[in-house]
Design a binder for this molecule. Structure first.
Ligand SMILES: Cc1cc2nc3c(=O)[nH]c(=O)nc-3n(C[C@H](O)[C@H](O)[C@H](O)COP(=O)(O)OP(=O)(O)OC[C@H]3O[C@@H](n4cnc5c(N)ncnc54)[C@H](O)[C@@H]3O)c2cc1C
Length: 378
């Protein structure tokens, strides 16, 4: 058991591991991506995993949403299936702004449904011209009496088209730039909101473009105070960032397991390839990097949960290191599989595609390094 865990964490890890082994190691054939995504959310609701994405008062298990529980679940689910990890993570990402700053009515309306798997959440900040530089977003939400009128485009929005609601970031006072951004809960059925593109990525992931055209939401859709939008977005990402590292650890763990199995089974030159020092050294490097990544991730999650002042920097280090290390580990595991690792649909080919996005979303590796360096230089 890791030093950052309580007995409850160890139990959750064991439960998530056996659930994953039982439910996520099957092949998925040609099942429709969106259908499978919806089914996974319902299964997570039934298994009780989504209770870790919301506070106790609104259907959860802990008083506050805990980074360690999110990391444990993401690591174990990613070990089984990338889409499972995505669908779990997005329930947290799309609902945490509500847990953080929603009023009682907003929390009661959305959070219990997120916890039971009855509603699918999404988080929409990225725009065609605002990626890493989120503060430069162009979408507006101009006040008109007791309502706001939303206009603009969001791209790379996970769960576009299958979400029941989106937490959307838009400028209520464009002249104030970053300080004029506010957050809104927008139900998927709101007139003026359209999913104009479903984007196909390297790895299965429901994602697309949202277009808002004179989309009217009531005052009651505003989250927190006007102008607090970016703060809400950044605090949400502060919780979730180390969990991206945890997903990387899950993919890397699976890659290592597959590489060990193959090294024992595959024979060349009259012996198992695992008996060649060239392969042994690869496995040793992979296992060492994986262990370092896991320790960084859970240290960062613990620092967040106990409120350490350097939690933000630690979670950037964890995300940066774990996602880059996982890429190297998966690549070496594929190398160990030789040509078999390239066969479309094989586990290694899947992992090779699945691991790539983690170095980009929720802050690229370069942006994590900017955060780490600024912390050092301030
Ligand atoms: C799988 C996936 C899921 C996503 N889900 C969501 C979602 O649900 N909601 C949402 O709002 N967004 C989502 N995104 C968007 C994601 O957060 C952005 O893609 C990410 O922030 C990077 O923005 P960009 O793609 O526009 O790249 P850019 O910001 O254009 O960056 C391009 C390159 O320039 C580098 N760069 C930029 N600025 C600097 C700098 N200051 N110093 C050094 N290098 C720099 C970057 O590191 C990158 O290598 C998702 C993306 C992916 C891939």
């Amino acid at each position: 058991m890791l030093p950052f865990f309580t007995q409850d964490h160890a139990r959750l890890q064991a439960q998530a591991r056996s659930w994953t082994d039982k439910h996520l190691f099957a092949t998925h054939g040609n099942e429709d991506l969106e259908q499978r995504a919806r089914t996974l959310v319902r299964h997570f609701g039934a298994a009780g995993f989504l209770k870790h994405a919301v506070p106790k008062q609104f259907g959860g298990v802990q008083e506050k949403v805990e980074a360690r529980a999110l990391c444990i679940l993401r690591e174990e689910l990613a070990r089984g299936d990338a889409l499972a990890d995505t669908m779990f993570a997005l329930q947290g990402l799309g609902s945490y702004p509500i847990a953080l700053t929603g009023n009682d009515e907003q929390k009661r309306r959305y959070l219990p449904k997120v916890a039971s798997g009855a509603a699918i959440a999404a988080f929409a900040i990225t725009e065609p011209e605002a990626g890493s530089d989120v503060a430069s977003l162009q979408m507006t939400a101009l006040r008109q009496g007791e309502q706001f009128v939303l206009n603009g485009t969001k791209r790379f929005i996970s769960n576009a088209g299958i979400a029941d609601f989106y937490v959307v970031f838009a400028s209520t006072e464009p002249e104030k730039k970053a300080k004029g951004v506010s957050a809104f809960i927008v139900d998927a059925t709101t007139p003026g909101l359209a999913v104009t593109e479903k984007t196909q990525l390297l790895s299965p992931h429901p994602i697309g473009v949202l277009k808002f055209t004179d989309c009217i939401v009531p005052q009651g859709a505003l989250l927190g105070t006007e102008g607090d939008g970016l703060k809400i977005a950044l605090e949400t990402l502060d919780l979730l960032r180390c969990s991206v590292g945890a997903a990387a650890v899950g993919f890397a763990q699976r890659a290592l397991e597959e590489a060990i199995r193959y090294s024992k089974a595959r024979r060349q030159f009259g012996r198992a390839i695992g008996e060649f020092q060239g392969i042994e050294f690869k496995l040793a490097d992979m296992a060492t990097e994986l262990e370092a990544a896991r320790l960084l991730v859970y240290q960062a999650a613990w620092a967040h949960d106990v409120g350490n002042s350097d939690a933000k920097q630690k979670s950037s280090m964890a995300k940066y290191y774990a996602t880059e290390a996982a890429q190297r580990i998966v690549d070496q595991a594929l190398q160990i599989h030789g040509g078999s690792g390239l066969i479309a649909g094989s586990i290694m080919e899947r992992l090779y595609r699945d691991v790539r996005a983690l170095r980009i979303y929720e802050g690229t590796s370069e942006i994590q390094k900017v955060v780490i360096a600024r912390g050092l230089l301030k």
